[in-house]
Design a protein around this ligand. Sequence first.
Ligand SMILES: C[S@@+](CC[C@H](N)C(=O)[O-])C[C@H]1O[C@@H](n2cnc3c(N)ncnc32)[C@H](O)[C@@H]1O
Length: 206
Amino acid sequence: MSKKKPSKEWLQIQNKDPYVKQARESHYRSRAVYKLQEIDQKDKLIKPNTCVVDLGSAPGSWSQYASERIGANGRVVAVDILPMEPINGVLFMQGDFTDETVENAFLEQIGTQGADLVISDMAPNLSGIRVSDQARSMGMAELIYDFCHQALKPGGDLLIKLFEGAGTSEYRQLLRERFGKVMTRKPGASRDKSREFYILARSYKL
Ligand SMILES: C[S@@+](CC[C@H](N)C(=O)[O-])C[C@H]1O[C@@H](n2cnc3c(N)ncnc32)[C@H](O)[C@@H]1O
């Protein structure tokens, strides 16, 4: 797969970004880790000895962080359409999550015990056409909601990235039907001008 050359503007933003600097100086593979870390510190999300499922995991900073937090007796099961360098304690599967065969194989990896937490930083490739990008993003979010019914243990939690726009209020409403509490999070490392935000849905009900 050919890689697009980053633009000059993008490189300037990256070089000035304190979270990029912090990630480069640490062992984390992406600045995205500081979004998860902030939410985890505020909401006490990732607990030792649990099973965490990471959707759209590459290059791997969320999986790195989660595997550190769960310790040696926990499990991280991750999936991405792109390859991901191995991480100790993380079971990675490469494939397109929207493909039913891939999703079923991934569910098998999780096993019948189920997951305590699903984290999704997944975002579809953007075309630049806002209406269709938003529709694709919400389509993916619905798929993740359905996936939770098969993957989450009762009492489990979901952290999912969404983009402000059509369908997000309805999605919150949908989550409220099956989760005890639904909250919005916009961590400091999530750029102000980005429409991205996270929903944290807690206490999954069967
Ligand atoms: C923002 S990145 C995730 C960064 C990650 N949380 C980290 O900390 O390194 C979003 C990821 O979603 C993945 N993705 C997008 N669509 C996907 C799909 N249909 N199936 C699996 N992964 C997908 C992309 O390949 C990309 O690696």
